[in-house]
Design a binder for this molecule. Structure first.
Ligand code: FUB
Ligand code: ZN
Length: 645
């Protein structure tokens, strides 16, 4: 079984922060905010009053998922102890028939599977099931897997064979059941996931249904509020957790109106039409990305090629018209979702961190489903920009919404009322080794240039990568069987027009790249392609790659308003920005950069080491550009990705 170990370099350092700081910080925040206590209350270990949203369980389950994936490569006994502590709690809280959802168990013990579009019972069970799979994969212990299977069996029992009304408003359970199927090969899990995907978008009278759910959700919330008042009267010393306020996000006047329109039409939940007709990204961006991920997983498991066309069309529409230059998706606050074509205002940009992560999961499934390089190309772009921006350098501060223009009021926070992003980043980063290569009967594909040691069936590969700051990559090949014939496939990134690649000192000819299309994002991952290197391999064969790290002016499609005379600056897989901290006394929103003056320079002592761009404005003001993902690490600031040139 192929595996990879990230050994050194840029990602090794970040994974260390993830394993030594972020994952422990997230647990502490879950404790501080009462989220873990909810399980103690549900398991009757203690009294108290439940804290948090109806979906709060999911944040704890996702933490366990992230912790297990982190533990796989950082087997820290302290982390194991925290996981065991939490596993005890969920084992105690889970009801004998497998159901576990503290919102109902504590507040409405007679109620189950209600308000499926708005509340999150299946979503929460989904993250528990994913945690079970990850914990099993990391430890080979079956304790959490059994908890997950009890939950999944409950869902199969209660939902299999039911109709469209019985599909969830927030996708996640589908991914979870497919992951569970992959490790158990238990057919009902595949059937259940397939039903949730295929039945979606067939609910008749959706508006009437959602109106009923709004009313029921509101009634239940008012009941809880009344009980909380009574509880506070009875226990005056009880101090409910004060969550930090969320970040400012610029909201157009019609934000709420558009959110309701999306909700009542079903588009917010991607319930407006069946999956094969969903060829335009609409609605809540995380929900959309999770649905597309699940559909791609289903296509891979079943060989159902009829799903592929819709998936590829939706991807192309997103990339060409509804995605930011950072790879962020979700133009609108309120709905946290897609706007119209080319509606990509940089200051209103919501671009939730989870949405970029969800898109990465989707791209990875598409990469394996279709074999096309473009999907791992966008994965890389969102890895380094739209998702990496979500975690601060210290691993203990985060962004939830990620604007591309900030005039103030957006700062990294230790936690949020909706803390879904932190553990989502952690679990993705912890799994990064899985996204580097794939192997099949043709050979080995290198999807990501991350310094690592790959132990594949055909060969061991040592990758040494200078990315994202330097374009040099070396791959040393040691075939399992000397003189064995197989092909090494190298992804030629869309951002590297041309590259210089040698195999054992001999320069290789590269396949020509298609012309990039004018896109809303200002770049086109579809021009990425594979370089095939068929060879009879011997011990110590070396591939030397010099990717083109020239500066690029990324200019959006003319239909994107507000960027005339502006560009975003790209170098390698990184998008840059002006941050006020580096450019005191400069109006970063008006200054005109002379791109010809830009010079890259690696600064070891800045932001834990990064390549900045030194330049000048046309009126000779010195300017410094830093990587977008590193902004907001030095206190409140202003920031601009789009720069006048
Ligand atoms: O719906 C609850 C949380 O909101 C989910 O984790 C994310 O979709 C976020 O947008
Ligand atoms: Zn999130």
């Amino acid at each position: 079984m192929s595996k990879a170990q990230i050994s050194a370099g840029f990602w090794h350092d970040r994974l260390e922060v993830n394993a030594s700081s972020a994952i422990f910080h997230q647990w502490q925040q879950l404790e501080n905010s009462g989220c873990i206590q909810n399980f103690r209350i549900a398991g009757s270990e203690t009294d108290g009053f439940r804290e948090g949203w109806f979906f709060a369980d999911s944040d704890a389950h996702k933490w366990l998922d992230a912790a297990a994936r982190t533990y796989a490569n950082h087997p820290d006994p302290a982390l194991a102890a925290l996981m065991d502590n939490y596993i005890d709690l969920i084992e105690q809280a889970q009801q004998p028939d497998g159901y576990i959802y503290t919102y109902n168990q504590i507040h409405f013990p007679e109620v189950r599977w209600t308000n499926l579009q708005i509340e999150h019972e299946l979503y929460c069970h989904g993250h528990l099931i994913e945690a079970g799979v990850s914990h099993f994969e990391a430890t080979r212990q079956t304790r959490v897997l059994e908890i997950a299977r009890r939950a999944a069996d409950r869902i199969v029992e209660d939902f299999l064979g039911k109709g469209p009304e019985h599909t969830p408003g927030h996708q996640e359970i589908e991914i979870a059941l497919l992951r569970l199927y992959r490790v158990t090969q238990h057919a009902p899990y595949l059937a259940m996931a397939r039903q949730f995907i295929e039945q979606r978008g067939h609910i008749s009278g959706f508006s009437r249904k959602i109106l009923g759910e709004f009313s029921s959700v509101g009634k239940r919330e008012r009941t809880i509020d009344r009980r909380k008042q009574a509880y506070l009267t009875a226990f005056p010393n009880f101090r409910p957790y004060e969550l930090p306020p969320g970040n400012h996000s610029k909201r157009p006047w019609n934000t709420t109106l558009r959110w309701y329109a999306g909700a009542f039409s079903g588009k917010y939940f991607q319930q407006h039409t069946p999956i094969r007709k969903q060829q335009v990204p609409v609605g809540h961006a995380v929900r959309f990305a999770y649905l597309e991920t699940a559909a791609a997983m289903l296509a891979r498991e079943t060989g159902d090629t009829s799903l592929i066309q819709a998936l590829e069309k939706a991807w192309d529409h997103m990339v060409t018209r509804r995605m930011y230059v950072t790879g962020g998706i979700g133009s609108l606050p309120g709905s946290e979702g897609f706007g119209r074509d080319y509606e990509l205002d940089p200051e209103i940009a919501y671009a939730e961190t989870c949405a970029a992560l969800g898109s990465m999961f989707w791209n990875w499934e598409l990469a394996q489903l279709t074999g096309k390089a473009r999907y791992s190309d966008l994965f890389e772009w969102q890895l380094y920009n739209a998702s990496a921006v979500g975690m601060g350098l210290d691993g203990t501060t985060y962004f939830y919404n990620n604007p591309l223009t900030c005039r103030g009021g957006v700062t990294r926070k230790p936690w949020y009322a909706v803390p879904c992003c932190p553990s989502n980043i952690s679990r993705t980063w912890a799994d990064l080794y899985r996204y580097i290569h794939t192997e099949d009967e043709h050979g080995i594909h290198i999807h990501q240039y991350v310094s690592s040691r790959i132990t594949a069936e055909l060969a061991t590969l040592e990758i040494e990568s200078g990315l994202p700051w330097f374009g040099n990559v070396t791959i040393t090949v040691t075939p399992v069987n000397p003189q064995s014939d197989f092909t090494l496939f190298l992804r030629l990134p869309s951002w590297s027009t041309g590259a210089h690649i040698m195999c054992n000192g001999e320069a290789l000819e590269l396949p020509s790249a298609a012309e990039p299309r004018a896109t809303g994002a200002g770049f086109d991952p579809a021009v990425s392609r594979w370089l095939e290197i068929p060879c009879t391999w011997s011990d110590g064969d070396r591939i030397e790659i010099q990717l083109n790290m020239s500066l690029r002016l990324l200019q959006p499609h003319p239909k994107v308003k507000g960027h005339q005379g502006q560009a975003a600056i790209g170098r390698g897989p990184i998008v840059y920005c002006l941050e006020s901290v580096d450019n005191p006394g400069v109006d970063i929103f008006q200054v005109r950069l002379d791109p010809d003056t830009l010079e890259p320079s690696f600064q070891a002592d800045l932001l834990k080491g990064c390549t900045v761009l030194y330049g000048k404005s046309f009126d000779a003001q010195p300017l410094i550009l830093i990587p977008y993902f590193l902004w907001g690490n030095r206190g409140e600031s202003q920031m601009a990705v789009w720069i006048h040139i």
